[in-house]
Design a binder for this molecule. Structure first.
Ligand code: FAD
Length: 277
């Protein structure tokens, strides 16, 4: 990676107006996007090429065979190939693969639109930011001058009762200037975590592939992995063979104890972050 640059505490202010940081690393090759618009654009591209997207039709099972069948509550589809990419929302369907990853929830909130001068002062370079804590905060400006602030973690994938309970206090630690700012939206979503944080890719049968577990960083990597799955289906399996040869390790503790053990580990590393060790 040739685009990284370390900056001192004094220089951090050029990018983030917060006293919280002792320094920073700028990624000159990184960027931020509007993920819903990306999905909508990609869906339109699929449809323009003749693809069909069926929303609100949860797959309840996949029957393996020469022509695998994907079943839903109200119908089924017979296919030549099936790509399983349901990620953290697969539930306990296909336990052979889902038992090796863990759904984890994370929360995001959006402030009311801020005065243009204020948002410019908070994030003068309009970069997106994440901190280096084990359970990290991440944030950026939106096109309509809101601050979008995320963080919080729910191992197991449950939504917290209070969506802003963790992230609002964290936002105020970063930007005490926003003490009186209203939060207009908040939501929670799940990503799939793997033990090594490396995505899992492989086959359940000759014509049934899977890829998931981008561990909270999938906006870019899923595009690469999607391409690799496409290459494999088209018969060019070089890059697929490399990815699928990586060992997919289960979490210690199995399905019953993986969540409490991971919570314990996160608590330990969170304490180290608080103590600065
Ligand atoms: C709050 C939050 C913030 C994040 N921030 C970032 C970030 O800043 N940068 C970054 O790179 N990544 C981020 N991530 C992670 C990123 O969103 C994921 O890594 C990425 O979306 C994974 O893509 P995917 O296609 O594998 O799975 P998903 O995007 O989860 O898509 C899986 C799809 O499969 C569908 N599905 C599941 N099961 C079934 C079924 N049985 N039948 C039919 N459909 C099914 C789901 O409805 C869903 O549409 C964040 C995640 C969350 C939750």
């Amino acid at each position: 990676h040739t685009g990284l640059e370390m900056v001192s505490k004094a220089e951090v202010g050029k990018y983030v107006k917060s006293d919280r940081y002792v320094g920073g690393m700028i990624d000159r090759l990184g960027g931020h996007i509007h993920p819903l618009n990306l999905v909508l654009g990609e869906a339109a591209a699929v449809e323009s090429l003749g693809g069909k997207i069926f929303e609100n039709s949860r797959v309840t099972g996949v029957d393996m065979g020469a022509n695998p069948v994907v079943r839903t509550a109200r119908g089924s589809v017979k296919a030549k190939y099936v790509l399983v990419c349901g990620n953290a929302y697969l539930g306990s369907m296909l336990p052979k693969i889902t038992d090796k990853m863990m759904p984890v929830s994370s929360q995001v909130m959006a402030t009311e639109p801020l005065d243009a001068k204020l948002i410019e002062e908070l994030l003068p370079a309009n970069y997106c930011v994440e901190d280096a804590n084990y359970v990290l905060d991440y944030y950026r400006r939106t096109a309509d001058n809101r601050l979008l602030y995320g963080g919080g973690i729910g191992y197991g994938g449950q939504d917290p009762a209070n969506l802003t309970g963790v992230i609002r206090p964290n936002m105020l630690k970063t930007f005490p200037q926003l003490a009186n700012t209203k939060i207009e939206f908040a939501w929670s979503g799940n990503f799939a975590l793997t033990l090594t944080r490396i995505p899992h890719m492989g086959k359940l049968a000759d014509n049934v592939y899977f890829s998931h577990g981008d561990s909270g960083h999938g906006v870019t990597t899923t595009h690469l992995l999607g391409k690799i799955l496409g290459e494999a289906v088209a018969g060019h399996s070089g890059r697929y063979d490399v990815w699928s040869s990586l060992q997919a390790l289960p979490f210690p503790g199995g399905k019953t104890f993986r969540v409490p053990l991971t919570v314990l580990g996160a608590w330990w590393y969170g304490m180290r972050d608080k103590l600065g060790v």
